[in-house]
Design a protein around this ligand. Sequence first.
Ligand code: AMP
Ligand code: MG
Length: 365
Amino acid sequence: MKTRVMVIDKSAVLGEQLQEAARILRDGGLVAFPTETVYGLGANALDEEAAKKIYAAKGRPSDNPLIAHIADPSGLEPLVQEIPGAARKLMEAYWPGPLTMVFSKSSVVPYGTTGGLDTVAVRMPDDPVARELIRLAGVPVAAPSANTSGRPSPTSAEHVYEDMNGRIDMILDGGPVGIGVESAIVDVTGAVPILLRPGAVTMEMLEKTVGRVETDPAVISPVKADLKPRAPGMKYRHYAPKAELVLVEDEEWERQPKAHMTAVSSRVTAAITRLALEKAAVGKKVGIICTDETRQKYPDEGIWLRSLGTRGREETIAHNLFAVLREFDSLGVEAIYSESFSRDHLGQAIMNRLTKAAGYHIIKV
Ligand code: AMP
Ligand code: MG
């Protein structure tokens, strides 16, 4: 299959340009498109055959459900059995935006989209290209991240091309995404909303809007093999670079989490330096993930050093995370040592992705 790439000017989205992409979606084809979180791989969410193509293109296990994207709030009602009060408040506060909610599904949503579940995850993205495309398609658009399953999510059209060239009909190139980590997912089917995946709509924001919100255990620690997780995607290896990734953190900091925001201790930088040099000494290609505050503290020779940005701006850290993991992949780096981050606010999403990418390998010093 030949994959066409169409460059779209996000500041002046032209309907005519997107007509062709919308037609492909209506005809059961695959189109990758930018959203504010990461690039999505879109197909008609109501067409089981189209959804199957997504699983094939990504190499995604078929029990890992897809998120249906809608262009405006009125698109929700046909897909769900009911819209609970908490969901209405959250829609009001955060749609369009990086928040996905899980509802009881209506009969129009095929099981091929929901991985066999009786629930459906729905989001209204806040990206002009995404919204116009979905509007023109006239159907809800199932769109998981447009990467090969397991790899770091794509935050630019180039990342999508790397993974999807020859596998999908079209890539809409709207430039780099804004946020860089996937949407928060909240299950609103029960009495108390449950956070299934942290994102840029943070736990603190959710609680401010609806009061108490629970956190699914899979957000924090690995899912046990025999347990059926509420967000099925969580049981799979995720976001991972090809290299072995290890996080290093100061155990003292758990007691004062705010310290992560502004500084990293010399115990951490010393431990990362030692581990990196040991690996390099046995002939491995080694990468270090640091921050602007610590860049000077690491050896620059013989080690690939990449900063995620300043700790003062967690948005920058989130934005750069997947791109840096992918860059290490393309450099052929074999081992990566990374600093870690605070686990509150946007830091919860950053650390969720980083710890999963590391297979929960964290060294405390
Ligand atoms: P991705 O599309 O790569 O952002 O992944 C979508 C995530 O949404 C997966 O981890 C799924 O497990 C989760 N998800 C989608 N639909 C549902 C659902 N009905 N219930 C729970 N989680 C869902
Ligand atoms: Mg994904």
